[in-house]
Design a binder for this molecule. Sequence first.
Ligand SMILES: C[S@@+](CC[C@H](N)C(=O)[O-])C[C@H]1O[C@@H](n2cnc3c(N)ncnc32)[C@H](O)[C@@H]1O
Length: 299
Amino acid sequence: MYLSEAAEGIIPTTLWADGAEFGHNQDGIRELRALEVGDFPTPKPEKLISKVVSLATNPNDLVLDSFAGSGTTGAVAHKMGRRWIMVELGEHCHTHIISRLKKVIDGEDQGGISKAVDWQGGGGFRYYRLAPTLIVNDRWGNPVINPEYNAAQLAEALAKLEGFIYAPSETCWWQHGHSSERDFLFVTTQNLSAEQLQALSDEVGSNQSLLICCAAFRGVTAAQASQRWPNLTLKKIPKMVLARCEWGHDDYSLNVANLPMAAPQPPSLTPALSPQVGRGRKTADAGPDLFGDGEEGKA
Ligand SMILES: C[S@@+](CC[C@H](N)C(=O)[O-])C[C@H]1O[C@@H](n2cnc3c(N)ncnc32)[C@H](O)[C@@H]1O
């Protein structure tokens, strides 16, 4: 927090020490116990976080807690009509945060600030598990595809990065995804020869196009390839992934403005792990993006 010169002498505890207004750590512990999600060493009282959220944001703003802990920030932001993103690497993401937010959404959580904001439940959330890094350095320091990725995972990851829908065809071996009815994606870790590229171009035909993500190609330059096979686009995998990432910025332009909405699912299809989502959610298909197809729950 920025303090003016006149305020620099203030001991920070005087700002937030009013237990009646901001609550105590004991309140945080009691609030969490009431939710029966298990204890957490440092839960903040919801009142305190609600003060911070009301000072710094307006309804519908995005609130980020990248060290989510027991999930107080998300719970409070949700009850206050803010959107939120929480990041947590511990197992309490499942034991505490998901259980807690489900109770908030179901309106079951009547503790914390619920009474003050007349919280009745509603809204929803989606949950994503981070994949391992796609690119690692080999022993010479060169970027290579992480060997932990199998072929299907790699194709799925590149489909997402390139804006394709991952949908491997059961009948056509080179169709790993599509961006339209006639535009397809093929991912391979091979070094493709000019003969292989010619064969692919023949199969694709003149009415369709194919983006080929491969480790390398030989016997032809990129410029020659684009002239010779206008229905093919060639990209080399480590390079194309690296080109999509941002490096060394203080301010990363993560685009969270166009999150796709959850697709409607009948309850029987709800994934077991679904941390799910609550009532009254509007659905629409906004297409793939960075957050394209996380685990999500029923509408
Ligand atoms: C002090 S707690 C957070 C408290 C929480 N913000 C609250 O107000 O109740 C810090 C949390 O950050 C998590 N954490 C630490 N390093 C992390 C990382 N690199 N990515 C995500 N979570 C991380 C820890 O597992 C822990 O749950």
